[in-house]
Ligand binder design. Sequence first.
Ligand code: GCU
Length: 416
Amino acid sequence: TVTSMLPAQQEVVIYDEAKVPQFTLPDPLVGPNGEKIETAEAWNSKQRPYLIQLFETQVYGKAPAAPGKISYKVTESSDEAFGGKARRRQVAIQLTDDPEGPVLNLLVYLPKTDKPVPTFLMLSFYGNATVTDDPAVMLPTSWLRDNKDKGISGHKASEKMRGTSSGRWPIETILDRGYGVATAYYGDIDPDFDDGFQNGIHPYFNAEGQTKPKADEWGSIAAWSWGMSRALDYLQESEEVDGEKVISLGHSRLGKTALWAGATDTRFAAVISNNSGCGGAALSRRRYGESVQKINKSFPHWFCDNFVQYSHNEDACPVDQHELIALIAPRPCLICSAEEDRWADPHGEFLSGHYASPVYELLGVEGMGVEKMPAINEPVLSRLGYVIRPGKHDVTTLDWQRYMDFADRHVTKAAD
Ligand code: GCU
């Protein structure tokens, strides 16, 4: 293979713009036979399905079709959350026909209004009880990654975990601005470790005799994204949520997930990725920071097996991540980077948006509208937006302010 012939220094992480190799990106507006895609009709009927299929078979893996009807149960509910300002709903969403099968426990907070509420949907890394110290929130029951600071050991939840991620979830501020927040634990869908897909959602969709997904079938990111769509199934049924205004949002590996969910499920009104990096908003061909080889090695379960062939071989991949952003067009998409998060390649994240812009324009809306990467703290809040803030790989209250500024402009008060 190509990989075995590469010199050892190729393993070194590139953190120097001058060392980024020359590359040519696939043009999102060129079809499978070299034809130019020149109309919105050709994009929607031919090119979009073609690119989806390439990402499905070569990158994330194909997820099963949406179930016809979801079954869910409101397990707890109150109109007196946060000192009476909010409604809280806890909902158990059955992910399969098997009553013993995996359940996605959704936590929803909504400001008290008479109107359906535009809502951010964001999965969490450690479960609903970590996003707030609200004692009514149920502890997760699925496998958890051990974490001393969060009081998690033996892969089990504890009271100590309550509120330990609340710095990333300024829920009251979000409610005050008129938005709802819906969240669930990603491990309810598929525990995040490489076990050959024996636990979580995957085995429920194996064909007769099949023991793990095929090379072009869903890895964990595709499973988490599929789970976000199941949460959206519920949110669209709820009369309290504005189902036409649900924003797919995520940080890091869950930012990759939010992008793929938004690309595959056009019911999401908008998509926001935070520090999503390799396999998310960052261009793979740049190999800056985390590379395809590194991500496949550290997280072999995230992508489909076919993606392994692009380790150290990015140019052979028929798609790059700007085309993932293009799949969100013409819906609003905001790409968020952090200055010190070089592992996620902020410049590569900007360039994805930049190179997706022609697709937005073909569809009759604005693209990013800037040629150069903006300076720190100078958000570009175009319909295809980009923002870089100072600091580390994280989700901050400032980030949330930007998400909401963006949503105010393009989701809730959009003239178009
Ligand atoms: C690792 C991984 C990234 C991922 C991040 C996260 O750093 O290499 O690809 O985005 O974890 O999810 O926090």
